[in-house]
Design a protein around this ligand. Sequence first.
Ligand SMILES: *Cc1c(COP(=O)(O)O)cnc(C)c1O
Length: 374
Amino acid sequence: MKEYTEPVNFIDLNAQQKTIRENLGLAINKVLEHGKYIMGPEVSEFESLLKDFTKSKNVFSCANGTDALTIAMMALEFKAGDVVFVPSFTYIASAEAAALLGITPFFVDVDERTFNISAESLQLGINEAKKQNLNPVGIISVDLFGQPADYNEIKTIASKEGLKIVADGAQSLGATYYDKNVGLLGDISTTSFFPAKPMGCYGDGGAIFTDNDVLAERINSIRLHGRGAEKYDHTRLGVNSRLDTIQAAILIEKLKIFPKEIQMRNEIARTYNKIFKDCNYIRTPKIKDGIISTWAQYTLIINNRDEFQMKLRDIGIPSVIYYPKPLSQQPGYKNYPSISSGTPISERLCKEVLSLPMHPYLEKSTIEKIANIL
Ligand SMILES: *Cc1c(COP(=O)(O)O)cnc(C)c1O
């Protein structure tokens, strides 16, 4: 008799939904009843809950995580022609937001074990940019796969060089760095609520965090068309970037179970680590001391990646390559500068990384199945 098994999901949003389905329905219905679809009461309620959750002094929701980066750089008054340093191994949005504002992304390399921006490479990049008479203004640190970048190192460099930090926390909301929450780690921090992120809604959404009240006032204005004190008063160039009320209502329900889910994600990462520990051709992800990750992805480094991915496919386990190409080699970004030594670690990681199914409701039996093919 053929055994029937449910297909394994890479990220299982349905399993999560089952646990809160009724409350989601009630929350969405409430919005349908009051009809305030734009900037309705759920939006400010969610922002206030997010403030409690992150301990950030100012929190503003917006339309998505890419806009959050754009708004952050506009608020910091980065200008066209300025330079920001971006790790070459990340999602395209980390560089795209800058490029669209006419700001030059300058690609630097990452640490081979944490996947995050390398302080050494960053410093090299700054030195080279200055030698080329460019005008460095900021660092887009990225908390890749849910692990905060090394902010002690980055902040030391940033303050020595007079650079601002935009912490791209699209993948890391809920993570901590020496007891500081994501949201507090940059001059401005950002996140995304894209459905597949650790804290996702059912559409697009994002948020911007800062402890600086002057920046906060600018961020709030910029996301609302550069609004001034009065509704049809526009004091600066802005954008239209708001979180939908329905998405806010969904996020309020999701935030309630998020702390528990972060624990569940960490439990799954520990189990994965255990099964791969003694496997000599696999390196497990390294989390630095003082950090709790949200495990947006569980990503291995494997020399014979293609063969391993095929074996997974044979037993019905999905896996994804985040990311197959460094930003410095993306055709649309080839003309932007990189450090002169190139970004060899990013290039190698693109050939060796593989992300396994990761979500709070992943079954132990799935992990055991993976263990069996080792
Ligand atoms: C997802 C992501 C973004 C962009 O978020 P969106 O909400 O999809 O616009 C930015 N940076 C990183 C690192 C991301 O993973």
